[in-house]
Ligand binder design. Structure first.
Ligand code: GLN
Length: 490
């Protein structure tokens, strides 16, 4: 048998239900591994040893009574912007460094109901603003494939923890690529669901019209298992869709013969790294070999997506982050009067990227500029959504790269915010349109860094993108490779 930490949920779950291993044993082995390895990759901000062991014991009791589901006793890591009752939730920020939520996010509550074990909270760019996890107030996470490289972001801690077997799977959030891009850079699977598919109640808001929670996992099947637990209507989130959630395992294993896969020509142009291009084009050949039918499609407004996103997201952020003023939540830095207290708290509590976004957003929303920026960006957003609607008339899914390059070196991105924004080119249109997309490992660069294939679907098309991703995954073995650094470390 593989070492416990190396197992996927789908492999571990039957062992737990047949009582061959106990949840306590699994949890202990993961806590041990986190203690030994976390320092080198900085995936966890907070490890909840006592809480995890207590949940493992509860899971054990449920297994004993035969009341277990597929997630009972499965140790998971949660991105540190999802409220966990009584467990510190920092959002990667000094301003929330000691914030203890008095309630669970709906997704966390649902995972607990399933008997999952929450090991702790994982690292992220502050307020999910960034693409490298270097904007975390708790230091950057490091990529297990090469610790001189970024993990991607903003859910970098989630992806690194999954890649390094410091949890079985994780939850992340994706506003402009934050699940898919770190999954791609760390060689794991990441699914950004349709807007409204998963409740955002208890998610610290960044850009509310774009944010969506989703799984990061070792394999497609595990992502589907997590979706089965977290998807569905929630009356605590007014944007949650009153659409019944299907069983996401149902389409896995179905072949993709005759499935029409659209290839957007705008995603294969200038600026695409040669290794990424080769890996993704080979992946398209693999899909074709499995019987899929390739069709060229066009998403003509792609070139405006970055500009539109970097107006809409900061605008919504500037409004969402107004609540961190030293009064109700988190950090308070005193001042001579109320205004000075606000200013001191926000200046010291927020890092440079968050301050930049708040200023950009406030400017874009200010009187006289609203029409020129926010309204214009919203109009572009509609055009982008229509591009996808037209494309999905010709095909069932779209296939594309996730990020234009493999993981850059640490330091390269923070030095140049504009380059960082531009690197989101292949992921942010999905959020602007509200559609689902998954990243699945599809190759390695010459420097042995993972590369992901992105499969996009129409609204509520998770079943078909999971089907295609699963068919691809089963025909390849990129997802089975482990970072060298992890080998031999138990
Ligand atoms: N990189 C994008 C940003 O900085 C997306 C982040 C995200 O999806 N949370 O806004």
């Amino acid at each position: 048998m593989k070492e416990l930490h190396r197992l996927s949920i789908s492999e571990l779950s039957p062992l737990l239900s047949q009582r061959q291993v106990s949840p306590v044993e699994v949890t202990e082995s993961l806590l041990h591994r986190i203690a030994a390895l976390n320092e080198e990759i900085n995936a966890y901000i907070t490890v909840d040893e006592a809480g995890a062991l207590a949940q493992a014991k509860l899971a054990e009791a449920r297994l004993g009574k035969g009341e277990a589901g597929p997630l009972t006793g499965i140790p998971l890591a949660i991105k540190d912007l999802l409220a966990t009752c009584g467990l510190r939730t920092t959002c990667g920020s000094r301003i929330l460094e000691n914030y203890l939520p008095p309630y669970d996010a709906t997704v966390c509550a649902r995972l607990r109901e399933e008997g999952a074990v929450i090991l702790g909270k994982v690292n992220m760019d502050e307020f999910a603003m960034g693409s490298s996890t270097e904007n975390s107030a708790f230091g950057p996470s490091r990529n297990p494939w090469n610790r001189e490289c970024i993990t991607g972001g903003s859910s970098g801690g989630s992806a690194a923890a999954v890649a390094a077997d410091l949890c079985l799977a994780s939850l992340g959030s994706d506003t402009g690529g934050s699940i898919r891009q770190p999954a791609s850079h760390c060689g794991v699977v990441g699914l950004k669901p349709t807007y409204g598919r998963v409740s955002r109640y208890g998610l610290v808001a960044y850009a509310s019209s774009l944010d969506q929670i989703g799984p990061i996992a070792k394999e497609v099947r595990d992502a589907a298992l997590l979706m089965n637990a977290i998807a569905g209507y929630d009356n605590k989130d007014s944007t949650s869709a009153p659409v019944p959630a299907p069983d996401y395992l149902e389409t896995l294993g179905r072949d993709i013969k005759g499935l029409k896969v659209g290839v957007p020509k705008e995603y294969f142009g200038q600026g695409l790294n040669a290794d990424v291009e080769t890996a993704v084009k080979n992946a398209l050949l693999t899909l074709e070999g499995l019987g899929a039918e390739m069709v060229e499609v066009s998403l003509p407004h792609t070139e405006y997506a970055v500009a539109a996103y970097y107006v809409i997201a900061p605008a919504e952020a500037s409004s969402n982050l107004a609540r961190y003023d030293g009064v109700k939540y988190g950090l308070r830095v005193p001042g001579a009067n109320l205004l000075e207290m606000y200013a001191n708290t926000r200046t010291q509590g927020f890092g440079p990227e968050v301050r930049r976004r708040v200023m950009l957003g406030t400017y874009a929303l200010s009187a006289g500029y609203y029409d020129a920026y926010y309204r214009k960006a919203s109009q572009v957003r509609t055009l982008i959504r229509r591009d996808f609607e037209a494309a999905f008339e010709k095909c069932a899914v779209l296939a594309a790269p996730v990020a234009p390059t493999p993981a850059p070196r640490l330091g390269e991105m923070v030095a140049d915010p504009l380059t960082m924004y531009l690197s989101d080119i292949f992921t942010i249109s999905v959020n602007l349109a509200g559609i689902p997309a998954v990243s699945v490992p599809c190759g390695f660069s010459r420097e042995d860094l993972p590369i992901g294939l992105q499969i996009l679907g129409p609204p509520f098309g998770e079943p078909v993108i999971l089907q295609a991703a699963h068919a691809f995954e089963q025909a390849t073995d990129f997802h089975r490779r482990k970072p060298q650094w992890c080998e031999g470390k138990s």
